[in-house]
Ligand binder design. Structure first.
Ligand code: C2E
Ligand code: CA
Ligand code: CA
Length: 721
């Protein structure tokens, strides 16, 4: 502390001077005021540690100076110096804030003692003041830390009621801190986490451990928002600490009353909602198919291995099914992935509808699903489920105004009858599904060990053929059909090609029969039909509206009970008029089941669809059926043309066919035309439509399109006959 500064006030000049002298010699800094008025103006300007104040002065007296000091809240120690010895006067002075009283006349000793006293007191007060100040500052600081903490900080009293909570609870959960005071934690904790909270807190108290943690969801101050996740750290704390000012409750009450000896819980709740949600999302994504929301292959395998363990223990059996959608690829390829995705979602939804809650349906690949049905132990029960699934998918799906038809092939295995390990079960269900697909589209098939054997045996050929369909190794080529009277391309025959990854291009002659044997021709044929129709639609969209598409059909396709509906469905789907399609069938197809074939072809014919007899003349059947059949075109087999080496060639067969076709008023076309001579020969007979290498080999889609747009056969125009 610097030199103490004293203001001496007296109206008596002489007294004042001697007082000043005394104080100066004692080492104080002194200023004097002769009278009250001067004292006030000095006090207004400067600070004094002590004011030695005479009471009785003319005009402005000591009491008035004291009033001034009080009014202005001037911080100085007042020592009254007065000849007035009455007790009332002393009381009056003290009431006005005097610290001490020095009676005139006083000894030097008395003066110094009083002044020293006041100085010491003053020092003490100053120290106290700064200490208080510091405390207040630090309290403010800590209070700030608590209130502005990114975490919710709270104190639970010994009964679990909130005794303190910081402001963060407002921004995170929408509560005003005041409304929470006195509330029990169970009012805030999310129901499902109540037990955890209870256990954590009781354990903390029982073990007198200092610290514990728990992730607890806390409810919002409204029922709309989801509860948020908080990582809570609990600490048992001393009552005294809890009672410190920082945690004073809103009404400044103490947290724990004095009689209570149990400790309180100090808690810090950190909002980990975002982290939790991210975690959940990651977990979800790892185990679910995001498109349909169904479990994925990984989760399915988890559930399956659980089911195996369960079953072995409880002797409870279950069923696994492998589901593969039929025709999905066409939708995806022709209408695009958006529709394809929508369709998959709709399928998942429909499937979920016909399953029990305990069943697991997973999407394990593009259009492949697996089903785990616990408790389904007999083939009868499994059949019921399979039938339910099949009929559920039978109804058309409407996706963005498209009416879409799907089918499903299901392979079924029973545990443990058809396999005891996860791998076996999945593989066998897969095999059964493939068999189902190969036999008849749409249906189910139980696994048999025999299946496994034949399956492995034919694996190389059959599976590679099937794989080919899945991995798009097939392509449709197009060969033009020319009307030589105009030189115009009037048709295009769709011819399948297999681009084998190892063997290169394989001719249909090599694999069509295998496809027929295995039944795969049904799906292959449909693929060809759709692919070609899609292409035809492209032609039409490019203005090529008069080119007809010829598609080859095998007997197996025509035999399908829904063959007619299928055809019409496809044409409708691509918006193709019937007369733009010509279906090529061989005589053998007709001979197989004539009545049914006639009926089917008539139905198609009524729709305007053209029918052509392929390879005509090679069959040994009677020609009389031609009259009964709705045949538009007779296709003269290329073997008859092979020998035509001159324009005057005498072939009774070709001439007979041409004559018959004319008589029956059927259109005709010659295939395998390789030379100008053959063209000339056919022309003189009166056959105008031709197809063969002379004009063009079968071409890929792009080349075929270019050819049609180029009008390259104008020079073949011979005009009308
Ligand atoms: P097809 O229906 O008689 O088809 C005509 C075949 O003759 C085609 O052979 C074609 O490339 C070939 N060809 C065309 N012009 C000439 C020519 O000037 N000279 C010679 N030597 N050959 C010519 P490809 O494409 O190998 O087809 C062979 C057979 O495979 C077809 O005979 C048909 O029976 C079957 N096939 C082809 N594509 C399909 C299809 O999409 N579905 C069905 N079910 N069968 C198909
Ligand atoms: Ca043909
Ligand atoms: Ca042919």
């Amino acid at each position: 502390m610097n030199k103490p500064k004293i203001l001496a006030v007296d109206d008596d000049q002489r007294m004042l001077q001697s007082l000043e002298k005394l104080l100066l010699t004692a080492g104080y800094e002194v200023q004097t005021a002769q009278g009250g008025q001067q004292a006030i103006s000095l006090l207004e300007r400067e600070r004094y540690d002590i004011a030695l104040l005479d009471i009785i002065m003319p005009e402005v007296g000591g009491h008035q100076v004291m009033d001034f000091i009080q009014q202005r809240n001037i911080n100085t120690m007042i020592v009254v110096v007065s000849g007035d010895t009455s007790i009332e006067s002393a009381i009056e002075s003290l009431r006005r804030g005097a610290y001490d009283f020095l009676r005139k006349p006083y000894t030097t000793e008395e003066l110094f003692k009083t002044v020293e006293n006041a100085i010491n007191r003053r020092l003490l007060e100053k120290e106290n003041f700064s200490l208080q100040n510091k405390l207040e500052q630090s309290e403010k600081f800590y209070r700030h830390l608590v209130q502005c903490s990114p975490d919710i900080i709270y104190i639970l009293d010994n009964e679990g009621r909130l005794a303190f909570v910081n402001d963060r609870v407002d921004s995170l959960l929408g509560y005003a801190p005041a409304e929470l005071i006195g509330k029990h934690y169970s009012d805030l904790v999310y129901e499902k986490d109540m037990l955890t909270t209870y256990h954590t807190l009781s354990e903390l108290k029982a073990n007198e451990s200092v610290f514990s943690k728990a992730e607890i969801r806390i409810k919002y101050n409204n029922s709309v928002q989801e509860p948020r996740f908080f990582e809570n750290s609990f600490m048992l704390v001393d009552r005294d600490l809890a009672n410190c000012n920082i945690f004073e409750t809103v009404d400044h009450g103490k947290i724990v009353n004095e009689s209570d000896h149990s400790s309180v819980v100090f808690g810090v709740a950190r909002d980990v909602t975002e982290r939790r949600r991210a975690q959940e999302k990651i977990n979800y994504q790892a185990y679910h198919d995001l498109l349909t929301g169904l479990p994925n292959r990984k989760l399915f395998k988890d559930r399956l291995s659980c089911a195996i363990i369960h079953s072995k223990r409880d002797q409870e059996q279950f069923t696994v099914m492998f589901l593969d959608l039929d025709r999905f690829k066409f939708v995806n390829d022709s209408l695009g992935h958006m529709i394809g995705d929508g369709l998959l979602q709709a399928v998942a939804k429909r499937l979920m509808h016909c399953l029990r809650e305990s069943d697991t349906l997973a999407r394990i690949g593009g259009d492949e699903f697996m089903l785990l049905a616990p408790g389904v132990s007999t083939s009868e029960d499994a059949k019921t489920i399979a039938a339910k699934v099949i009929s559920a998918l039978k109804l058309p799906f409407i996706v963005e105004n498209h009416e879409l038809f799907l089918g499903v092939s299901i392979g079924i295995v029973l545990f443990p009858e058809h396999g005891s390990t996860m791998e076996d079960l999945i593989q066998h269900a897969d095999i059964a599904m493939y068999h189902c697909k190969a036999q008849n589209k749409g249906g189910y098939e139980f696994y048999t060990s025999h299946m496994n054997k034949t399956f492995s045996e034919s694996l190389s050929l059959e599976t590679s053929l099937r794989k080919a369909l899945e991995t798009e190794q097939f392509a449709v080529f197009y060969q033009p059909q020319i009307d030589i009277s105009s030189g115009a391309i009037v048709g295009m025959e769709a011819l399948i090609r297999w681009n084998h990854p190892l063997r290169g291009i394989i001719s249909p002659a090599e694999f069509i029969s295998l496809a027929e044997e295995t039944g795969l021709i049904v799906s292959l044929g449909e693929w060809i039909m759709r692919t070609a129709c899609l292409e035809l639609k492209r032609w039409r969209d490019s203005g090529l509206t008069s080119v007809r598409l010829a598609v080859n059909l095998s007997a197996k396709q025509v035999e399908q009970p829904n063959f007619v509906e299928k055809m019409i469905e496809v044409l409708n789907e691509y918006d193709i008029p019937g007369q733009m399609i010509e279906l090529e069938i061989t005589e053998s197809v007709i001979m197989k089941d004539m009545n049914s074939v006639i009926q089917k072809l008539s139905q198609l014919s009524n729709r305007g669809i053209h029918i052509a007899i392929d390879d005509f003349g090679t069959g040994y059947s009677s020609l009389s059926y031609l009259e009964q059949l709705p045949i538009n075109t007779i296709k003269i087999d290329r073997s008859f043309l092979r020998n035509v080496k001159s324009t005057t060639h005498k072939s009774s067969v070709i001439a007979a066919i041409v004559a018959m076709a004319k008589g029956l008023e059927r259109n005709m076309i010659a295939e395998g035309v390789e030379t100008e001579t053959q063209v000339e020969y056919l022309r003189t007979l009166g056959c105008r439509e031709m197809q063969g290498f002379l004009f063009s080999k079968p071409l890929g889609a792009e080349a075929a399109m270019r050819l049609m747009l180029g009008n390259p056969f104008g020079h073949f125009s011979y005009g009308n006959y």
